[in-house]
Write a new protein. Sequence first.
Length: 949
Amino acid sequence: MNTNDFTIRHVGVTDHDDEQKMLKSIGVESIDKLLDKVYPANIRLKEELDLPEPMTERELIEHINELGQKNKVFTSYIGMGWYDTYTPAVIQRNVLENPGYYTSYTPYQAEVSQGRLEALFNFQTVITELTGLPLTNCSLLDEATSGAEAASMLLNIRSRKRKNANKLFIAEDLFLSTKGVIRTRAARWNVEVVEGKASDFDFAEDYFGAIVQYTNDHGEIKDYKEFIAKAKEKEIKVAVAADLMSLVLLTPPGEIGADIVFGSAQRFGVPMYFGGPSAGYLASTDEYKRVIPGRIVGISKDPNGKNVFRLALQTREQHIKRERATSNICTAQALLATMSSFYAVYHGPEGLKDIAGRIHTYAVVLSKTLAKMGYTQSNKQFFDTLYITGLSKDEQSKIREIALDCQVNFRYYEDGAIGISVDETTLLSDLGTLYYIFATAKGIEVPTPELPNEYIQVEDQFRRASDFLQFEVFQKYHTETELMRYIKRLEKRDISLAQSMISLGSCTMKLNAAAELFILSNPQFAFIHPYAPADQTEGYIEMLDNTASLLGTITGLPGVSFMPNSGAAGEYSGIRVITEYLKAQGETQRDLIILPASAHGTNPATASLAGYEIIIADTDADGNIDVDDFVKKATDNKDRLAATMITYPSTHGIFEAEIRKLIDTVHECGALVYMDGANMNAQVGYTNPGFMGADVCHLNLHKTFAIPHGGGGPGEGPICVTEKLKPYLPSHAVAYGHDFIPVAAAPFGSAAIVGITYAYIRMLGREGLKRATSTAILNANYMASRLKDTYGITYSGHTGYVGHELILECRKVKEMSGIDENDIAKRLMDFNYHAPTLSFPVHGTLMIEPTESESLAELDRFISVLETIWDEIQEVANGSADKEDNVLKNAPHPLYEVAGDNWTHPYSREKAAFALPYLKDDKYWTNVGRADNGFGDRNLVATYSCCEF
């Protein structure tokens, strides 16, 4: 045993005897023989991947620290949507660095997710209270993508009068990144985006919506009351981009009639991270509740009338509506939204007023002092940002030179102007430094920084009059002790990887190793602005370039973009790359995409969002794509076919033997192949998209490459493309001087978490990565061999084996007993387990992906639980247990019920709670019973503003 070998720490099955036991159960002699049966021979790589030798944990940490030293952490006054902030240590240690929070999954299973659902409900309350609008989701990807989602909503909820309107107005003083992403999206909607001054907008009949910013790109606060009122008269909907911290002091846009408000929650306690991750937000009026993107946390009841947090109105989402969805968003930014919610809880309304008041006061004092020095500050009304105009380019250059000597970054405009955005971290001594820079540039005496005795108020015209966050949760937890206990109390209500295996199929809930996450707490990476000068970000760029090279090698596709900050965003980016390539070839008539029926819901949603018509290829009886049907539909439409989107191994968890024929057929039609990387964990080291012939793929770094799921984000969805497609990758206006189909606010998406993937690959190396892949396949086939004779396995590959996941057949269970897959999922909670993926990709089934990180002991424990549940199903089927009042229909059994005085069930408390011996030593308790989903959707309650708790 080499204790420095990271592979044996990451992979769960390392003991030879355990491996042999599993192989015997499967019925093969070796892992190599198993892989020969799983992979079609014609897709196996002929050569080993050229990857560097693995690092030890210590070497990796030293390497990351060395890269960090190449970054220069200057004081940033750049603004433009990113600001320095203090992450309270109690939140950093107990949330960001806590596997109880960062390893949990999206809270689809409400009963084992009550903690993070409450935290996200708090986030929603913060957003609605500050924006003045009643409805929000529990985070989006960033401000720019939130703006694009707002534009989509404006289009989708046009009034009857505006149904044929096809113009969207965007104010010229919107953030550059937001304008870019809106244009990318709108280009495929047949919508004309018109940019101009809000004061010049004519409210013409052919406009359906308008988007303005408050405060604007230069930092000025403009009064949009009349603008919004006139728009409403003309039935033009209005979305407003707003700085969340400014809304602590400013009149909420919702109070002046805005239909939608969007922005970023980054400055609520989340570092800049060179662009991400942080949570975007979007709030709207109630009329948008059927088209608002993302997940909404609502409240329902359990069987005993207790309140239960749950995800509401899920029929809006892509996994249900597919090509009819108005957004393809899946992963959002749950972990970062959770951090921001705790930030608001910790400070409460008075603390937030103190922070915002201090920021504004420093900005006003700085503005007045610069005016006394002879500088022109052009923002008449502002919150935190000054716009210094009237400077020549030479004067600007002189100020820049002095500022850099003082390790200070400003925003520098092409015309000589300078932007200065102060923030929560700005101190009196920082004002002194700023005075020195500007005074020295003029050769005058440096003023002594002084502050007034009281904070300076914003002007009456814009000052907020309404109270906010008056609910109990925002009043109670203002000491570190109280907040620490609240955070821990919520953590205990959830199941994460810190508790047990999470077997969600197509989600790859593998180990997120502690060493991989160190980069997030490293100040050399945390406090870098995404628009910082290149010579200050050399460590980041080296890490990103190294990771791009590694991913290019692993996928066989050399062009890489990190801009997409989720898997769904990666899908959209990949399809847009194909669109732009075809346009450059003069083939704009190609307007069809062919999808297999088994495709994940994001695929049809993405294709539709990108402006394509969709053709569905059938599935055969064995769960494969029906090759004849696929080929016929492709060739019948060869002149219109743009691409296919194929997941490999398939969403059914099997390696389809005819994949090369499908790919070749598409290429023969003159179209391109997009490979969905959701199941890349079964490819790494043994095959890859490039070798199979794919042109584009996206990767879910939060699946295959160890970024934690965070309870629903962050994610990162880089795309990898062939050499010929590299010129069509997204670019960013600020970083590259021009933009080309930008898909996120920051040039490199959520750059910081790419470092997790880099650490994962560098510590495993080529052989470790292959070991991870082969063990994932071993574990899945072992579970299939143990469960096939009871539940049955829905689909197997052409040789009778599964890939890295398996679909447990539950439809016959319902036929014989009335117990369905949802009952099994809820019963698993009584055994300390999160459910597998429910009714996807096949209705009435459970999809299990054990990953490579679980030990044989954990696999056997999970199997024993499923076998126990099988026995309980038989009791219902043979009549020895009641058809309705049984342990499955009543699951889960919360502590308050099991320990209560009113036990009326025909089975014992022990059977309900301690059905297997290990539960008496280590028992997870739900704190609620089964959620009533129908009640929650019929009675939508999405913030504390709607109810009393």
